[in-house]
Design a protein around this ligand. Structure first.
Ligand SMILES: [Ca+2]
Ligand SMILES: [Ca+2]
Ligand SMILES: [Ca+2]
Length: 304
């Protein structure tokens, strides 16, 4: 009944920064998928990871609780990561060949395909908004790089090509750019590049740790986490690099509202994490929860 540990990172680097527990990972993968702007499937299905059958597998259930199905069946660890934007496919991570790989399958579990195919750790898959490509983090060449591959497995390309760690890709809503985190300047910075790897630009430019970029729905701004002001805080910067604003003292895992007017985030001590919401300009910070919470994820539709 023991599950092999799978070292993995959700939005950062692949191997050396974080090793999350299996149970926590399952929760985080779902939260990251939703909070990272991945579209929910049109048919109202919820995918998740569970070890209920002895090791981590990917499951799907209808939103009304019916139709529970196990999609993977392998003694290795298989973790749900993200729905394709059209809800027809699922990206997941499996170590069934001995190390973490990016897999894609149809929503019914058929057609499971290894897209990353390396002896390194391949993690943090992010669908392009049009569903034709997946960007991910891999340490196959000795340090983390952001790679992109077509969703059919062709066209694998190293986008970052830098001897420092680069990881945690996030596509702009129009698919033309990818934000990521890089250590090439000696500390973690938020970078943005063209989707073909050109024009790699340091947006955060600060000796403190900066990372975890999340695009606003209209693609004009990027929220990220920084330690620059005596501890973690949520910051927003224009995608072109100007207009830096601090939204909160403290906080992690920013998640934009669908209309881009608000940002939800997680804040508090390890034992009392709660969800807060702040206007995208920084005004009116409000605690939403009491009694504990995990990573926030906005519903893709807002009622008016
Ligand atoms: Ca691998
Ligand atoms: Ca690198
Ligand atoms: Ca920095």
């Amino acid at each position: 009944m023991t599950s092999r540990p799978l070292r993995i990172v959700l939005t950062g680097f692949s191997g050396r920064l974080l090793a999350l527990s299996l149970a926590l990972l399952a929760v985080l993968a779902l939260a990251a998928a939703c909070g990272g702007g991945e579209s929910a499937p049109a048919a109202g299905k919820i995918a998740f990871t569970s070890s209920r059958d002895g090791n981590a597998e990917v499951y799907v259930v209808d939103a009304d609780g019916s139709g529970l199905r196990r999609l993977t069946d392998d003694p290795a660890s298989d973790f749900f990561f993200a729905w394709s934007p059209d809800g027809k496919r699922i990206a997941f991570i499996s170590d069934r060949d001995g190390n973490p790989e990016i897999y894609v399958m149809n929503a019914d579990g058929s057609g499971q395909t290894n897209l990353s195919k390396s002896t390194g750790a391949d993690v943090a898959p992010a669908w392009s908004p049009d569903g034709t490509k997946i960007a991910f983090t891999s340490d196959r060449d000795g340090n983390d790089e952001v790679y992109v591959v077509n969703a059919d497995g062709s066209g694998l390309t190293d986008l970052t090509k830098n001897s420092a760690d680069d990881g945690g890709p996030a596509w702009s809503p129009d698919g033309t750019k990818i934000a990521f985190t890089s250590r090439r300047d000696g500390n973690e910075e938020v970078y943005v590049m063209n989707a073909d790897g050109g024009g790699q630009t340091n947006l955060s430019n600060n000796p403190a740790k900066d990372g975890g970029p999340v695009w606003s729905p209209d693609g004009t701004k990027i929220a990220f986490t920084s330690l620059r002001d005596d501890g973690p805080g949520i910051y927003v910067i224009d995608a072109g690099g100007s207009g830096l604003a601090r939204l909160s003292a403290g906080g992690d895992r920013p998640a934009w509202s669908p209309d881009g007017t608000q940002i939800a985030f997680l804040s508090g001590g390890e034992e009392n994490l709660e969800i807060y919401v702040v206007n995208a300009g920084g005004s009116n910070p409000t605690r939403l929860t009491t009694g504990g919470a995990s990573y926030p994820a906005w519903s893709p539709v807002q009622e008016r």
